[in-house]
Design a protein around this ligand. Structure first.
Ligand code: KDG
Ligand code: MG
Length: 402
């Protein structure tokens, strides 16, 4: 089998997605997600202008060699643009392999290790009461695990809170919007939110929280310690992770489990975190982590240190990534949990898929390959719209992490 053609599709059914379609001489095609929120066109160009000419004529079954060729062959390594582009190729090739062998992707990754994939949904609200009402709605919808974010008294807006009740979508048209931040106000509020959540819903529900990279290690240690009585499933991205040693400080102070990695793009971003057992869950995803080929190795490495996966699954990861993640989650031994932020109806129509949700679990379906398609005609109706993620400033105006 040979790769005969590859094209990049950019569409905006409510939000932007970049998708790669790789075609072969046997009429089988594969899809890969290349979406990098707020920087989409840079990945489209990396693929179109630099990678695609190198893959025509190659054997799509050679996923390992092609991955090494694109990673080592560029000389310039790592970074979210490079790794998202490589991931798109890698995932499309695994999709082709599955279709050519007439088997779902999970069978190529080890077969089913579990019946279903535990997912967590996002509850949010402008204050504690409305956040808890949203938790109740998630329980009614069948969720067994819920991330809880609420507005912070004294701050006009914060990460994870929908402007109008309902879905939260951080990327916005126009130039980046600005949020105000105070760690003092946040640290005062969050333990009260989780005290109320446990009191209201009991111990049977998994509760999660995303700090979204905003605390120093010692502040995160304090928060983790204060959250211990409420038994969180995890505290996510407590501090920016460039300095991996920072996580030792958090670990030394709390038994609240830690997840990190949605902005990672290489195992080297997590190497010390894993081998020192400073984290519990790795969130680096298939799209931003360079594809299935390196993620499989990262997951196996993590398994040696009791670290499980907890893949990022926000709406900026397309249904192609969601499908790939669900196959991966089904197959590997050290799966932990999968994030789920449901896509809009328009997005689901542009990407018809086999995966499904029932009673707090997801299932990849049994179609060959990924089990997801791209309706190119419909996609063409939704033109790319430039959008940015917000920025964050401390109350005195200093720029800080969003
Ligand atoms: O593009 C950025 C979002 O994917 C991110 O802000 C979402 O933190 C996030 C999460 O945990 O889903
Ligand atoms: Mg997050």
């Amino acid at each position: 089998m040979k790769i005969t053609n590859a094209k990049v599709n950019v569409t905006c059914p409510g939000r932007n997605f970049v998708t790669l379609k790789v075609e072969t001489d046997e009429g089988i095609y594969g899809l890969g997600d290349a979406t990098l929120n707020g920087r989409e066109l840079s990945v489209a160009s990396y693929l179109q202008d630099h990678i695609l000419p190198c893959i025509i004529g190659r054997d799509p079954f050679q996923t390992e060699d092609i991955w090494q060729y694109l990673y080592r062959g560029a000389y310039w390594r790592r970074g979210p643009v490079t790794m998202s582009a490589i991931a798109a190729i890698d995932v499309a090739l695994w999709d082709i392999k599955g279709k050519a062998l007439n088997t779902p992707l999970y069978n190529l990754l080890g077969g089913k290790s579990r019946e279903g994939v535990l997912v967590y949904g996002h509850a949010n609200g402008k204050d504690t009461d409305s956040a808890l009402e949203d938790v109740a709605r998630h329980i009614d919808a069948g969720y067994k695990a819920v991330r809880v974010q609420s507005g912070i008294p004294g701050l006009a807006s914060t990460y994870g809170i929908a402007k109008n009740a309902g879905r939260y979508e951080p990327a916005e048209r126009g130039l980046p919007s600005e949020h105000a931040w105070s760690s003092e106000l946040y640290l005062r509020h969050v333990p009260t939110l989780f005290a109320r959540a446990r009191e209201t819903f009991g111990e049977g529900l998994h509760l999660l929280h995303d700090c979204h990279h905003r605390l120093t290690p010692i502040e995160a240690g304090r928060l983790g310690k204060e959250l211990e009585p409420f038994h969180l499933f995890w505290m996510e991205d407590p501090t920016p992770a460039e300095l991996q040693d920072g996580f030792k400080i958090i670990r030394d102070h709390t038994t609240t489990p830690i997840s990190v990695g949605e902005v990672f793009n290489s195992i080297w971003d997590a190497h010390d975190l894993i081998r020192n057992q400073w984290i519990d869950y790795l969130r680096m995803t298939i799209v931003h982590g360079g594809g299935i080929t390196p993620l499989r190795k990262a997951a196996d490495f993590a398994s040696l240190y009791h670290v499980r996966t907890g893949f990022h699954g926000a709406t900026d990861l397309s249904p192609v990534t969601m499908a790939a993640a669900l196959h991966f989650d089904t197959a590997i031994h050290n799966f932990g949990i999968q994030e789920l932020m449901p896509h809009t109806e328009e997005t689901d129509q542009v990407f018809p898929h086999q995966y499904s949700f029932k009673d707090g679990m997801m299932y990849p379906g049994d179609a060959p390959g990924l089990g997801v398609a791209l309706d190119e005609k419909l996609a063409a109706k939704f033109e790319y719209q430039r959008a940015y993620l917000p920025i964050n400033r401390k109350l005195d105006g200093t720029l800080t992490d969003w």
